[in-house]
Design a protein around this ligand. Structure first.
Ligand code: PHE
Ligand code: NA
Length: 499
């Protein structure tokens, strides 16, 4: 029944949870490097353009849809039209798989928080990470299970389970009220330490020094759109699920703006911390910045441990701080990922939260065990490549097309404008129907083209066919199967009543 749907306790609670989902590893290890690589300060132009023409419009769209339909992605799309339910499932199934490997990275960060105490990674963090810690192997040799990783995974899934079990207000909202302020403090201390190190200014110069010639390269613009989608957790059904728990009277447009800008703020903070420390590292080693600048797993688990070794004091303290910020940022995103999936199961099968959370967490944890083997990092890299490139963009594009062309976009617009102080105008429709659709469509075509010409990461075809394409297609089939499972009678009555 719609009436007894869980609800956020306060507006702040919802915003902190949405920001918690948005702010994740992407802000810390992806944004700074992306700016550095794509023209420094000049990249901010395409970036903010993408925030205004895709990020915020899609946030308003997903939040508005969740709020209006009061349901997770499958239910929300089902309320539009029966056949669109498949899209909702495809979104949350992609989400489910992303959760599995995202939790692995956070588990590593949990381990590294402990390693930071004594810098257990030693003088060669690269060899430590791949050989000693992960025992990395090649396809299809699974090697052995690493106990540390398994323990980290148990911690991550245990915390997620407890938070979600307690529900929206008592679980997610309370956790977000601790996580977000904590993350600001952690990042704040790192920024201060980072920018006051010798050489930091050099690092920051390289980070932000604008190269305006990149603006002519449309790939830079496309990258900006890709980053904005990922960083705002769009195309996962997350914002739809979170907004389905908002009270009837909630200012959707304002919430979307606040979420987007808060996420940008965290990205900049991270950029200053990361490049300050990289600048110091380059100076300490007497190498140019491009030899240390990096992003992703390499930055977090190899370059940063090296930088922590080099710090002029309080090494353990800053090591712990850094990995703790990854853990906190990552956990609040994982919570949102798991909730998007859990709420879909709850809606479809009219299952209680406690039961759904238990089933999903246990299943999720068991699926992650394969990532504790020697093949873990390769599987992670491969699955991430395919799902991030195709999952997200396809869902985003389908959302734009269904809502922009096949259904009436004005229905959502009227709804959000009715509940919001600040109203969206024509720029909103234009952004979704034309700008976002075209950029996403173009992005997809170009990516598929490259995919078919070069084998990603040099992995064997057997791996690409199963864990790459196989997974993408498998999830699509599964989404269709889920759509065809019949709804619980009561829920369906409600759906029809809502039409
Ligand atoms: N927005 C997150 C980040 O920037 C990534 C993410 C996407 C997290 C989707 C959860 C869901 O890291
Ligand atoms: Na983000």
């Amino acid at each position: 029944n719609v009436e007894n749907r869980d609800q956020w306790g306060s507006r702040l609670g919802f915003i902190l949870a949405a920001v918690g989902s948005a702010v994740g590893l992407g802000n810390i290890w992806r944004f700074p490097y992306m700016v550095y690589e794509n023209g420094g300060g000049a990249f901010l132009l395409p970036y903010f353009f993408a925030v205004l023409t895709a990020g915020i419009p899609m946030l308003v769209l997903e939040m508005g849809l969740g709020h209006k339909m009061r349901g997770s992605a499958p239910l929300a799309f089902r309320k539009i039209k029966e056949k669109y339910e498949t899209l909702g499932w495809w979104a949350v199934l992609v989400t489910a798989v992303v959760t599995v490997y995202y939790s692995v990275i956070v588990a590593w960060a949990v381990n590294y928080m402990v390693f930071a105490v004594k810098q257990s990674w030693g003088a060669d963090p690269n060899a430590f990470f791949f050989k000693d810690y992960l025992g990395a192997t090649g396809f299809w040799d699974f090697g052995s299970i690493k106990t540390n990783v398994l323990l980290g995974l148990a911690v991550v899934w245990g915390i997620t389970y407890v938070i979600l079990y307690n529900g929206i207000k008592e679980g997610i909202e309370k956790a977000s009220k601790i996580f977000m302020p904590l993350l600001i403090v952690l990042l704040g201390v790192m920024v201060v330490r980072g920018v006051t190190l010798p050489g930091a200014i050099e690092g920051l110069n390289h980070f932000l020094e604008p190269d305006f010639s990149v603006l002519k390269d449309y790939n830079v613009w496309v990258s900006a759109y890709g980053q904005v989608f990922f960083t705002l957790s769009l195309g996962f059904g997350i914002m739809i699920a979170y907004s389905s728990y908002l009270p009837k009277k909630s200012d959707v447009v304002n919430n979307a703006f606040i979420t987007a800008f808060a996420n940008c703020g965290f990205s900049f903070l991270s950029g200053f911390a990361v490049f300050g420390i990289l600048g110091y590292m380059a100076q300490a080693q007497g190498v140019p910045i491009n030899e240390v600048a990096s992003g992703g797993i390499g930055l977090a688990f190899i370059v940063f441990p090296k930088a922590i070794n080099l710090l002029p004091g309080m090494n353990s303290f800053f090591g712990i701080l850094f990995f703790m910020s990854l853990v906190v940022a990552g956990l609040s995103s994982i919570i949102s990922l798991v909730e998007a999936f859990t709420s879909s199961i709850m809606d479809k099968f009219k299952m209680t939260r406690k039961k759904a959370v238990t089933v999903v967490s246990l299943g999720g944890f068991l699926c992650t065990i394969v990532f504790a083997t020697g093949l873990g990092i390769s599987i992670l890299d491969l699955v991430d490549h395919f799902l991030n490139n195709y999952g997200l963009a396809v869902v985003g594009l389908a959302e734009c097309i269904i809502l922009g062309y096949l259904w009436k976009l004005t229905t959502v617009k009227e709804h959000v404008n009715q509940v919001s102080d600040f109203k969206v105008g024509n720029w909103w429709d234009i952004s979704i129907k034309y700008i976002t659709s075209i950029v996403l469509g173009y992005m997809l075509i170009m990516k598929v083209k490259t995919e078919l010409t070069v084998a990603y990461g040099g992995y064997p075809t057997s791996a690409l066919m199963t864990l790459g394409w196989g997974l993408v297609i498998g999830l699509l089939v599964l989404a269709y199967v889920m759509k065809n499972i019949s709804w619980n009678e009561d829920v369906l009555l409600n759906v029809d009543a809502a039409k």
